[in-house]
Design a protein around this ligand. Sequence first.
Ligand code: GUN
Ligand code: FE
Length: 482
Amino acid sequence: VVNPTTLTQLDIEPQSILVVHSPSGTITDFISSPPNLDATVDQLCQRYGGDSQVTVVRLKPDQFLLPGFIDTHIHASQFANMGLGYDMPLLDWLSTYTFPEEAKFLDRDYAQRMYRTAVKTLIQHGTTTAVYYGTIFTDTCCDLVDIVRQNGQRAWVGKVNMDRNSPQYYVEDTQQSLDETERFIRYVQDTTPSPLDLISSTDSATASVVSDQDDVASLPLVMPVITPRFVGSCSSKLMQGLADMAVKYQLPVQSHLSENLAEVAWVSKLHPECTSYTDVYRTYGLLNTRTVMAHGVHLEPEEIRILKEHDVGMSHCPNSNFGLCSGIAPVRQWLAEAGLNVGLGTDISGGSSPSIIDAMRQAMVASRILHMRAEHSQLPCASDSQDESPVLTVNEVLYLATMGGAQVLGWSHRLGNFAVGKVFDALICDVSDPSFESPVPVLNPVMGWTKRLEKFVYLGGSQNIASVYVQGRCIHRQSGST
Ligand code: GUN
Ligand code: FE
């Protein structure tokens, strides 16, 4: 069991047992490296009612368990554009590639086909929780919600809002944008299965084990998220109205922030009454403890202070920041100096990969570039302390991909790693391919797994994700895998 516990500490527990209660999907026991594994499994089976009540899943020798990946920023409506259009900076790219593609999502058939592809692809890559942008079209955003539920993934889903500076064929009227957002929220809430539905699907004995139904309810599989696209496409009135709605329905907010220099300059022209890009969101009430802001490449120190003050989570999207030449976010600084919560995002299709393992690699590359730049120009590094690596480490990016994401969502008490009381959102990873063998002599199993994990982060992909579990339910099994 590979378990990220703090930013720098990754616990590796060989030969361990996790007990997961069904149907709540909660971890009820975590027994690390018992002296006699088989005897302990037998005892547990007896304790929980014998073979008819218990399913035992044994990992193969080359498999390990990892918490599911959390993609904190992903446009489900941009899969067709993945790998296209990186010859343009953000604002041109939006009008040339992105808006025309998203406008197609008025068409139910097209939208359902693309959304199905998006959700299935992310699951195959090990994303157990995704924070989605749909488009401005409510009906097909509702379809996205249905598709996520059908596939058993955990998600926040946002109906995008845009009422200004947008093409005629892809824009809303302010009031219509607000009304449609409310309709979307109601749809998600009205179609959320109650925790009682979950429990009544099995025998009555289970009901007593689910000790706190409110707990189950507080962690719905699919939740709406208020989604003003970015300041450029949302009027002050719209932003204010959306902020009121976030309060009314107790919902999180997501948007884009300080991604590209031309965008930052444009926003300051649009809002002379505000002191910065971040200040615009603050002024119109969109910063709350469950706000997720993507990019943040060009933030000023005062903006970082405001983000910390409001406990806003940052989605670091390095693949996209490279693809659109947006810049490099100083993640080490966010973590070490500002203490911000940071998760990873693929930002498809600004990013070209659906894989959070890719996001981990790109985050490491981004931090290396910043480090080399500082070193070569003899600037002070974000981290000059002796005991801290100047670049993001394997342990750190594994943390950002799991626990970091959970912190950004305000759910780190319920998911993000393995602990009793958390939900079992997990991946069975497989490194049986000979390229994952380590030629370096290893002294003990933990050291061997450390090496393989390093290779998993640098070489791994969907081919290494054997099974995917959300809330204790297996939602994907790679073909040929048992
Ligand atoms: N800013 C506003 N909209 C978008 C989008 O769709 N992708 C990215 N990367 N940035 C944006
Ligand atoms: Fe984005």
